[in-house]
Design a protein around this ligand. Sequence first.
Ligand SMILES: [Zn+2]
Length: 274
Amino acid sequence: IPHHTELYGSTPKTSLPIVYHSDYNITFMGLEKLHPFDAGKWGKVIHFLKEEQFITDENIVEAREASEQDLLVTHTKRYLNRLKFLFERVEGISTATIIDLDAHQGNGHERDFLDDQRVFIMDMYNRHIYPRDAYAKRAIKRRVELDWGTEDSEYLQKVELHCDGALNEVRPDVIVYNAGTDILDGDPLGGLSISPHGIVKRDELVFRAARRRGIPILMVTSGGYQKKTARIIADSILNLHHQGLIGPEREGLSSAATSPTSGPGSSGSALTAI
Ligand SMILES: [Zn+2]
């Protein structure tokens, strides 16, 4: 029995493929100011992108919160299991590749999709930090383990090599790109030494690999909470725009939908969830 859901409204053709909601910014009655991490980074990214006159409130897509009913549509109680959403609800999507470039080894999606042949996971991470989850590791089909203090040149070379390798091995209907910025030099948890320019370049390499093959890509910004992180994410999005890798949807550019938030007929080839 299909459950009622409002999550699949269509977005105007003029929208940029950028998804955001102000509720993303974590605030606890001012306590966030005492926290060394920048929990309000998403709002700042949006602020910078407005300052550069790339976006307005009108041309980005507002994220909708999934209701209890929406969650029942996925046939699972797990709120974050969005990928299963994609498989069940979006026509033309039956396989996905996760490119996980957050500094940490992934273990959420890995455990969710262990033994699920629809999902190919490539994960590049600092081998010495949390979670070192050997069980979840079995789900990673292309594993790239990095050492403390890995720098730009080695890192970017590996990103290019292994993105191409992963996408040549399996051609998915969609790419979900975890663009964690905790690889940034000075991150208290990541333990890697990637420069701001290196992060901008990394995102470009991943989007280019997707574009070359005509595969829709969804980027999520995830971890990394230094004070300068928001500026770097904004610069990266602007760079993707300048390189022609994201922008307003153009008719006939792509065929598959890219996100649970885009309804039938809305089909940007690249989507950025901030
Ligand atoms: Zn992380």
